[in-house]
Design a protein around this ligand. Sequence first.
Ligand code: ATP
Ligand code: MG
Length: 427
Amino acid sequence: MIVAIMAPRSGKTSGLAIPAILAAPGPVLLTSNKAANDAFTATVDARAEVGTIWTLDPQQIAHHPREMWWDILADARDLAGAKRLAGHFVAASVDESNGSDFWSTAASNTLGALFLAAASHRRPITDVLAWLASPADRTPVDLLTDAGHDAVAAQLQGTVSGATETRDGIYETARQYASCLLDPDVAAWVTPAKDLPEFKPFAFATSRDTLYLLSKDGGGSASAIIAAAADAVMRAAVVVAERSGGRLDPPALCVLDEAANVCKISDLPDLYSHLGSRGVIPMTILQSYRQGQRCWGEAGMDALWSAATVKIIGSGIDDADFADRLSRQVGDHDVQTTSVSTSDGGKSTSVSMRTERILPPDAIRALPKGKALLLATGIRVAMLDLRPWYKEPSAKVVGPASARATKAITERAIAKTHGRDDFGLSA
Ligand SMILES: Nc1ncnc2c1ncn2[C@@H]1O[C@H](COP(=O)(O)OP(=O)(O)OP(=O)(O)O)[C@@H](O)[C@H]1O
Ligand SMILES: [Mg+2]
């Protein structure tokens, strides 16, 4: 279970994500906020040779045509699942540091109730949007009662029939959380489509397929969908592993590149402890320890950090406390110092031992690009030379493949703009 922390442009994708994906023996999941000349283009050809490629590109980062759909409500058929799904939408819009106030908690509960109402009757997620738009609509309350979720129905009824200002405030907050689904082009990826293949997380776990989850970052982006999909895949993989002797063989690799930007799974630290020993290998890639704290809170980031059995720290660590902590973990060594003193009686030499940091904090902060510290369970800290894909022999194949895939993205983008008139309307 891997957590990697490296500054922007320091080789996270080229030195960690891409080599790991190219070497993966089983299914692979990648989250990313970039398409051209990044992990998607560098690995898509090689992965297409071993299994099916599933690309979930709701915001058209790679201008990828919609060739699949995924049932975002599949796991929301029980209350816990519906709450988790609502949590992904909240996390994508709110930082852990903003705390959870009345409005966000109430909005999250309401969203969870609406997801449950839709999921338990196999209604599409677009129905949830319609209910959000008209809080007076009694349909979701009736659906919940119908499905035996009386307590949730009563709670939702309480919200709906409460003071108008409060109700409207809660619904407005919930609408903001779910705003990415207002775009029909985004919602289509997670709504049943008869003529397209459905991505099924359980089948994926035992396949050698690849799931690319692409999204822009920032509020209003589709990152909630990305986080929900990654969460669903990892949880399904654990269930499949438990059913088949405890471990997935070959293991599933889940590369959460730009995790804090596009894949804010709030309980990722807990999830890490479930994934261990199940043959599901998460690789969470962050730009700084702080970025992790902003996303999962201080305690959450500490939990994630301790749950990781393999920690990789690259160049550009700009956080003095973190550098000092690492320096202490690397440890001390004894250095021999010789001092010579001269006096009337002649020269005298004395040898003494002094304890010094092996790697002082300033040396950690000055780690050059391409170097990384490895903290793995059971071994002393090691200094690594990263091996970015473009310096490997296989670059002869991967380089041109990545260039081709990047060119295809550009062509799809151009084709789209040509299909529109000056007003941006489809011809
Ligand atoms: N094909 C290539 N050939 C030579 N150098 C490359 C190549 N691809 C990337 N690099 C170098 O590696 C650096 C880091 O690239 P990479 O995208 O892996 O970093 P990153 O840490 O993932 O960045 P970001 O934070 O933007 O995601 C680039 O600035 C570039 O100098
Ligand atoms: Mg990157």
